[in-house]
Design a protein around this ligand. Sequence first.
Ligand SMILES: NC(=O)c1ccc[n+]([C@@H]2O[C@H](COP(=O)([O-])OP(=O)(O)OC[C@H]3O[C@@H](n4cnc5c(N)ncnc54)[C@H](OP(=O)(O)O)[C@@H]3O)[C@@H](O)[C@H]2O)c1
Length: 499
Amino acid sequence: MGIEARRTPIQTFYAGLAIFITGGTGFVGKILTEKLLRSCPDISTIYLLIRSKKDKSPESRLDEMFEKPLFDRVKNEVPNFRKKIVPIIGNLDTENFGLSENDKNILINQVSIIFHVAANVRFIENIKTSTIININATATILKLAKLMPNLKSFIHVSTAYANCHVKHIEERFYSYPINHEDLITFTRNLHENIIEEKISRISSQWPNTYTFTKAIAEGLLRDESGSLPVGIFRPAIVSSSAEEPLVGWIDNMYGPQSVTVSWALGFTRFLSCNPDVKPNIVPVDFTVNALIASAWNVYNQFRRGKANTLIYNFVSPVDGPTWNDYRNAIVDTNKTYPLYNAKYFPFMIYIQHKILYRICVWLGHFLPALIIDAISICINRSPRMWKLCKKIDKFSNVTQPFRTNEWSFSTDNVQKMWSHLSSEDQKIFQFSMVGFDWKKYLFNHYMGIRLYLLNEDDSTLEISRIKYKRFYWRHQILKIVFAFAVFWIVWLVFTIICT
Ligand SMILES: NC(=O)c1ccc[n+]([C@@H]2O[C@H](COP(=O)([O-])OP(=O)(O)OC[C@H]3O[C@@H](n4cnc5c(N)ncnc54)[C@H](OP(=O)(O)O)[C@@H]3O)[C@@H](O)[C@H]2O)c1
């Protein structure tokens, strides 16, 4: 039996195909590229859209990316993988991405599958930039897709929260009070402030420009994709990998990991959060497996005559952890694996009341920051804590709606897709979260943050544990001093009133 004969249906689908990925250098894109190379070994080429950044050429950026331990496994398993990667130099904010005529022709004539992963994921980006990257670039790629004679599948990565203006989110298109054409025209012709003014009533239904522009991009695909085999993949909050290629791998700060980092380092102690709400986390490797399967599924469904765009809500299962479970797991693991670079004893209090939260932030975050900065200035060091606290506070405020609100999702298309997978594909492209071991995942999630985001390994563990104990006792003493101070003030006020 030949090697090809042993390929699974998904591997067979990808065999010999050329794939175009935007956002291949990002958090999700890196795992997607790695997994395609490793688990679909007969792919002919992966064209990666990439721009120059910080004086680094696209080629040197790619070399640097493939040097990372994340790609060690693919290096061993598919030694010739690098030959399959072809950089396509382009920037989403430029007309037609600034593609050369040659690159454009290559893409049009060669590509069969598109994964449009790239986006501007900054929550509080200005509306112009968000519209150009998240909507206009999607229009450009759709135009390109329409010219591709071999196109089998075009997957647009959206977000589960693109339609968070409704409480129950189904796997279907929604209508919006503004369309992509108007918004793009505004960004071309009007000043930022005037656009904001014009659309503020509409966009205020979304908590930020990111989710708003992602929604309008979905509207664009609804109106413009025609008979193209398009799928929309909407992941929830994508977080560290559960299994592969490395357990707990993460390199992005946008999900609950941002909370963990600032908390474990001792910078923050109070969080505006409803402990019963679920953070709706999905592991990045499961997300990518479902994404790969979705291109295969879209192709099969369209071949069988399904003409509508398939939409996949890839979200955490209903028995996923709450913010309370998340905190307990992280606190427990941190006790055993504290951080060497921690600045204070890590403890986290969730507060739902807005005013109380602001008071705690001022007393518990900003006041200590001010004191530390004042001491720094006195000893001729540059003050940094106030600035850092303001940055953390701003980020915390924009992510707050996702810690205090909950949405429900229909996931029928994802479930059906899973049931269509062969048993071999279910093993290789595991994305079912039924019976998922959250305890193990959250342990590895913390360990991944410690290792991959904060560069702390076990070589500093012994000293970190000693530091942790010292911080613990300092914190207990501070609590006693604080309790005495409160008691003394109350007693003082009481005696003044009584005399
Ligand atoms: N992470 C999540 O929790 C999450 C949740 C739901 C949905 N999503 C969706 O998943 C996708 C990937 O997210 P991510 O977390 O991987 O984001 P990310 O790490 O910020 O990656 C974004 C990618 O887009 C590229 N990009 C941005 N602006 C570009 C431009 N002007 N020209 C060319 N490339 C550009 C970036 O390239 P550079 O490397 O050059 O910057 C990077 O490769 C996005 O569509 C996002 O909306 C993510």
